[in-house]
Design a protein around this ligand. Structure first.
Ligand code: DLZ
Length: 158
């Protein structure tokens, strides 16, 4: 007998859930501030365009990307928050500092999502230089803040 695969997710990315009553936390790193601000604006605009209320979007800053995990946790622990979007820009320097930060942040953010059972999105650019970061913050590769917001919305329909 043939078995059928059911799509467990109620929504696909072109048919989003109603987010008009959802509350979002944005955690934005201050390192490379002009770029992270652009990512945050992209995320905010995308949430509003998809129906989120401006009053339901809470923005907090943290010093650097390394602090994004804790910032996310401090927001995610609140029952009213439905999803958290973490935004940062880690640019390669002379040492391997960037690698350690990037790995720690990725794991930290994943951990918070699993701990609180809610979407915690990794919107962190890890680039060779500032130009590559701008390419992904409104440049030729789009705005990854927008993509992070779309991912959060998608996951809320899961
Ligand atoms: C220290 C540091 C360095 C060298 N580079 C970056 C970066 O490119 N992007 C970023 O978001 N943060 C950077 N930081 C700061 C760390 O994330 C963190 O804030 C400090 O190490 C203090 O914990």
């Amino acid at each position: 007998m043939a078995t059928s695969l059911k799509n467990l997710s109620s929504y696909t990315s072109d048919q989003f859930p109603d987010i008009s009553e959802k509350r979002f936390g944005l955690v934005v790193a201050e390192w490379n501030r002009t770029i992270t601000d652009t990512l945050a604006q992209g995320a905010y605009d995308t949430l509003v365009q998809h129906g989120a209320k401006a009053d339901n979007i809470y923005r907090n800053t943290v010093p650097g990307s390394f602090e994004l995990g804790l910032g996310a946790q401090l927001l995610a622990q609140h029952e009213e928050i439905d999803a958290v979007i973490c935004l940062g820009v880690i640019i390669k320097g002379e040492t391997r500092h960037d690698e350690f930060i990037a790995h720690a942040v990725a794991q930290g953010i994943m951990h918070v999502g699993l701990k609180f059972n809610k979407p915690v999105i990794f919107g962190v650019l890890t680039t060779e230089d500032e130009a590559q970061a701008w390419d992904r913050a409104g440049g030729k590769h789009g705005n990854k803040g927008v993509e992070a917001a779309v991912t959060a919305i998608h996951m809320l329909g899961f």
